[in-house]
Design a protein around this ligand. Structure first.
Ligand SMILES: CC(C)(COP(=O)(O)OP(=O)(O)OC[C@H]1O[C@@H](n2cnc3c(N)ncnc32)[C@H](O)[C@@H]1OP(=O)(O)O)[C@@H](O)C(=O)NCCC(=O)NCCS
Length: 173
């Protein structure tokens, strides 16, 4: 296991080519669709994890009204805390922006992500059956099958409610 430390910093303009490629590698392209809305993941605010001067993780989010939506979270070195740290960094932004909740969408095949978020305090609050079928018309890059060859069909919404004390609870950080 790679146990070297990493740092977190804000996304800057120069990160755009790297983020664009990362999102293409993971999600087909930088257009990410959630609840029928297209987000340009390479133009959103976010944070980058750096190890030895190289980008090794990225989170993109957006704030609207009193909510924060995580649009993408990717860690290139798994299991050393990068995903958790990026998640908690956005949580700090959401709390200081007086958000009432953080929410995100994942798909039914992404069982590692469902496990990751639920062990970090997030709950499944909605399932949108067959939502992905419509999205393929907007984004044909979405594959038919995902992790473990599970058909990618449904959107799953997870959320964590925030309070003034939210930052005191750190899951596995
Ligand atoms: C989900 C993800 C961001 C976690 O990042 P990470 O840097 O490995 O996260 P951490 O090191 O903080 O935590 C690892 C945890 O994630 C889980 N995990 C999920 N996939 C993993 C993998 N391939 N390798 C190791 N751990 C994994 C582990 O169970 C571990 O949980 P635990 O600490 O409770 O035992 C990462 O697996 C990833 O980039 N996945 C692909 C993109 C994705 O699906 N993103 C989420 C949807 S928006």
């Amino acid at each position: 296991m790679n146990i070297k430390t990493f740092q977190i910093r804000k996304v800057i303009k120069d990160d755009k080519p790297w983020i664009t490629k990362l999102l293409k590698d993971y999600w087909g392209n930088h257009k990410i669709i959630t609840r029928g809305r297209i987000h340009f993941g390479n133009e959103l605010p976010g944070f980058i994890a750096i190890q030895d001067g190289k980008q090794v993780g990225h989170i993109a989010y957006r704030l609207e009204d009193d909510e924060c939506e995580i649009i993408s979270l990717i860690s290139l070195i798994r299991g050393i805390g990068i995903g958790t740290k990026l998640l908690n960094t956005v949580k700090k932004v959401a709390v200081s922006s007086n958000c009432k909740r953080i929410w995100l969408i994942t798909t039914n095949d992404n069982t590692p992500a469902l496990s990751f978020y639920q062990t970090r305090g997030y709950s499944i609050v909605a399932v949108y059956p067959n939502a992905i079928e419509q999205y393929r018309k907007l984004k044909p890059e979405i594959p038919l099958y995902g992790l473990d060859s599970i058909p990618i069909r449904d959107e799953i919404e997870l959320e964590i409610l925030l309070s003034k004390n939210a930052l005191k609870i750190n899951y596995n950080e």
